[in-house]
Design a binder for this molecule. Structure first.
Ligand SMILES: [Zn+2]
Length: 289
């Protein structure tokens, strides 16, 4: 995706990391290689690298410009977090992408996180004089209050993961008074609102965007790969509650199929944006080119 325009809203992508990543058999505990091979042969060539046997997985942030606000949705892994390989992505590509989008940190009005995993809230904060501070000085950060509470509790209990994700990326935003802790029914305005899609994380949400009769939806990690349209029950090893994740995915796919609503997953490679079509009890993901 270079840019998607719906009504008066433009959506662009800042890519932090791109390319072949994981094998499907490592990602989906329910993976069946015979079935998977058949699907992969039918899918768009961008989503799988046959040479390495790995799925192509992108890490990106969406910039949403509405007539009123400049908004970021999900903020990749960030810089200086000290994450171990392979999550130690170089920081420059994201910073270059941010600048290429014509943005400065102070331009951002809102930051939404679909959930508070390592690769969705990293640029929330930067290290300044040994302290984590909000990267975007004028932004309000929208966190689901029970998602925030769940990772606070897990962190204080010493559970792994999440390691230091909550301490580095979330707590400092609240401490700075820049967080808005919201519930399932949060609406920023007529243009942007949340819908709950729990399972990948305790209170994972989608971010809906509407303008002049057109709609798009940023789905975070409701899906990691187009294979999950063919097999919605293939939850990933990263899903907090795999059965609930599958239920949320199936419900979403059933609701969005055939509506013309643009779907924006975080981890699908360019051209990223897609439309969902029903195919019996399964679905197809059609890239918008
Ligand atoms: Zn993710």
């Amino acid at each position: 995706m270079r840019q998607l325009t719906i009504g008066d809203v433009t959506i662009t992508s800042i890519i932090e990391r791109d390319g072949p990543w994981r094998r499907p058999e490592e990602m989906f505990p329910a993976y069946n290689s015979e079935v998977g091979r058949r699907y992969l042969a039918e899918l768009d060539p961008e989503v799988f690298d046959p040479a390495s046997g790995r799925m192509v997985i992108t890490y990106q942030t969406y910039v949403v410009r509405t007539p009123k606000h400049t908004i970021l949705i999900d903020t990749c892994t960030g810089e200086d977090k000290g994450y171990p390989a392979p999550m130690d992505f170089p920081k420059q590509p994201w910073l270059d992408g941010f600048a290429a989008a014509g943005l400065k940190f102070e331009d951002i009005d809102y930051v939404f996180c679909t959930h508070l995993h390592i690769d969705h809230c990293g640029w929330n904060t930067v290290l300044r004089n040994g302290r984590w501070v909000p990267t975007f000085p004028k932004a309000k950060y929208i966190f689901h209050k029970r998602e925030y509470a769940a990772w606070e509790e897990a962190t204080k209990r010493g559970a792994t993961p999440p390691g230091n994700v909550w301490r580095f990326n979330c707590e400092p935003v609240v401490a700075a008074g820049q967080a808005q802790l919201v519930d399932d029914d949060f609406e920023l305005d007529d243009t942007l609102w949340l819908t709950p899609t729990p399972g990948h994380s305790p209170c994972h949400c989608c971010v809906n965007i509407r303008s002049r009769g057109q709609q798009a939806v940023v789905i975070g990690d409701l899906m990691h790969h187009a294979l999950q349209c063919r097999e919605p029950d293939w939850s990933t090893i990263f899903d907090w509650d795999p059965a609930q994740a599958a239920q949320s995915r199936r419900r979403f796919l059933g609701e969005v199929a055939g509506t013309g609503k643009f779907v924006l997953p975080i981890h699908f490679p360019h051209p990223t944006t897609g439309l969902v079509e029903a195919d019996g009890a399964r679905f197809r993901y059609k890239f918008v080119r």
